[in-house]
Design a protein around this ligand. Structure first.
Ligand SMILES: [Zn+2]
Length: 329
């Protein structure tokens, strides 16, 4: 994972797999699309146009994700980062939106941004009346952004359409967990349809397109399942304090003293406070290599939280999130 830059404090990263998809998109544009629409040019010119169009495609995907992230910040939902990966991109939200309305707004701005980019490219293409190459790149961006917008509106969680569905169910039923379960099941359903369509395309001779659809389907299925699981873990951990689950300092002082110093020196990334929610520790642990975060009260190290502490907390609080909610109420 490489961090490129930050926007309003949000780290923007690219996954190693992204380079693969960037190469594949460039290759397919340079060997298929551009030779078709711009005949009789050099191979180098096709590759140059392919790379340029691919960069603009991923810039579009980035703007789509950025709109989600900024809308989330606007709704007071913390954003862990934006990652571009092999299947596109993701804006990682570190908390559930507070209301169905917030969820709806955060979800809908993504496809709207893609449609706006498509509209802008179409307008520029018409107004500027540029060269054939300009027209070819602009037309590609119009089509691809329309496709990104439409695909993301498919109502399967965690796609944007699935989030809109979840917001509607949440608003209608008043239960976020129930809404998430139904929307995730729709996500799994959409994933299975994609896998079936992909298999069909493979059988009818479109090997590359078919395999790609199957992979997207598998990715979506995995995402639907893990969003549901993360939701359950979050529901449990958000109700626990770091001080309830940590390993206390006297037991671990020798082991962690250097870590605490390093953690304090490094700032907030590796340090939690005793009154923070256990979910905060879970998130920070996920981003730390050492496998533990320091618990610091004022300037004093009072404990650490490890993977094992979190697992133990999840096991002993094995009652479902609804039970915990009832107990908390
Ligand atoms: Zn989106």
């Amino acid at each position: 994972m490489i961090e490129l830059f930050r926007v309003r404090g949000i780290p923007v990263r690219i996954d190693a797999g992204w380079f693969v998809i960037f190469g594949l998109v460039t290759w397919s544009l340079a060997s298929g699309y551009f030779p078709n629409v711009l005949p009789a040019r050099s191979t180098a010119s096709y590759w140059l146009h392919g790379a340029l169009a691919a960069v603009l495609l991923f810039a579009s995907v980035f703007l789509h994700e950025l709109s989600h992230a900024l809308a989330a910040l606007d709704q007071d939902v913390p954003v862990g980062g934006i990652t571009l990966h092999v299947f596109g991109g993701v804006s990682q939200l570190d908390a559930e939106p507070p209301t169905p309305r917030a969820e709806m707004l955060i979800a809908i701005v993504g496809p709207l941004t893609s449609f706006a980019i498509a509209g802008l490219c179409l307008a520029l293409d018409r107004l500027l009346d540029g060269s054939a190459a300009f027209h070819a790149v602009a037309s590609y961006l119009v089509v691809i952004n329309l496709m990104v917008g439409v695909f993301n509106l498919v109502p399967g969680f965690p796609l944007d359409g699935g989030r809109i569905l979840r917001a509607a169910l949440w608003w209608w039923s008043g239960h976020l967990e129930h809404a998430t379960r139904v929307a995730s099941r729709c996500g799994t359903g959409v994933a299975l349809v994609l896998i079936a369509l992909g298999a069909l395309r493979v059988l009818t001779g479109d090997l590359v397109g078919g395999v790609w659809l199957v992979l997207v389907g598998l990715f979506l299925q995995q995402a639907a399942r893990s969003s549901w699981e993360v939701m359950r873990v979050r529901a449990r951990l958000e109700r626990l304090r770091v001080e309830d689950i940590m390993t206390q300092a006297p037991l671990v002082a020798d082991m962690v003293a250097p870590l605490a110093e390093a953690g304090i020196a490094l700032g907030a990334e590796k340090v939690v406070r005793p009154r923070d929610s256990a979910w905060t520790a879970f998130l920070k642990l996920g981003r730390t290599r050492g496998g533990r975060v320091a618990v610091v009260d004022g300037q004093a190290l009072v404990g650490v939280v490890t993977q094992r502490d979190l697992q133990a907390a999840l096991a002993t609080n094995g009652a479902g999130p609804t039970d915990l909610a009832r107990r908390a109420a």
